[in-house]
Write a protein that binds this ligand. Sequence first.
Ligand SMILES: *Cc1c(COP(=O)(O)O)cnc(C)c1O
Length: 378
Amino acid sequence: MSKDRIWLSSPHMGGDEMDFVLDAYRSNWVAPLGPNVNELEKDLALYTGVRSAAALSSGTAAIHLALIILGVKPEDEILVSSFTFSGSVNPIMYQRAIPIMVDSEPDTWNISPQYLEEAILDRIRIKGKAPKVLVMVHLYGMPAKVDEIKSICAKYGIRIIEDAAEALGSNYKGSKLGSFGDISVFSFNGNKIITTSGGGALLSNNEEWVEKARFLSTQARDSGVHYQHSEVGYNYRMSNILAGIGRGQLKVLDQWVQKRRTINRFYRDLLEEKNGIEFLLEPTADYFSNFWLTTITVDEVKTGFNREHLRTALLEDNIESRPLWKPMHLQPVFEDYPYYGDRLSENLFEHGLCLPSGSNMEEEQLERIKDRIISIFR
Ligand SMILES: *Cc1c(COP(=O)(O)O)cnc(C)c1O
């Protein structure tokens, strides 16, 4: 294969990252604390309109600390979308809690309010009490049905951890995602819309909780000159070097969102008229997606080819695409836990594809994708 690889979503530096990294290096703040960490936390709070943020080593670590801070204990039941990445669910297992997986609804592909309430009522019937927390995911940058979900959780006294790992820069009714949970979480992994190579953040309007996250993420050291511990701690804080990358990335976030939305438009112009191709789209003007990834489903009966055919045809031209997430209730590690829904996500998994969506794609790369896709339809 002589042509350059076109990646699904690769890191895209803005240019100022290196200045912040060099500042850290020159001032010898090469540690999991320092000015870049503090400034990144302020920038994130400002950007999302949330009072306070803690910069951490990953999105998964942020969800883990959020569960601890909300008091999740072994055997507690935790609601979560089945249609998500495993990073949403693994931290539930770290707490020895029980994931209750709920399937998606067709408009946003996120958790179905109907099945969410059915799951809650069934858990109350079986266990005599409602699950403790919902991990509310916004997949591929698309906002979930936030109002419906929040009102159901309020009705049953269920706290919300907002997993906005894929949704930094998206809005719901004009407010940034990451501002709707009791605690919210972002990821800065290498393939996310902005990156620190690896990293994450926990946000909340409850400043005590955010302070608690900082405490737990640095080995839970009580005050005092000697090292004293009255709680189990974690090593989950973000490095000051990586926070420098994050500060540079936040400056270009809105541009990268615009670029990904332009790429989404490009695919829609190319494919929307084609019989058998469906896009995940914003259901109403209340929803604004960062279109982290552009996602489609392929109806083989109408197109004459299936998802795998499309994926491998792109790969022959060194173009990376990827099936949609495999639902958690189908994963060997989670398949024995309760599941509620009509298996919509299984259908998405079988027929869905994520198309290359990186904000750093060049015009000629888009042309290459276009030519390839047109040839597949011929
Ligand atoms: C990436 C991701 C996570 C985990 O974030 P990491 O920083 O990779 O640990 C959690 N949930 C979702 C939906 C994600 O896409």
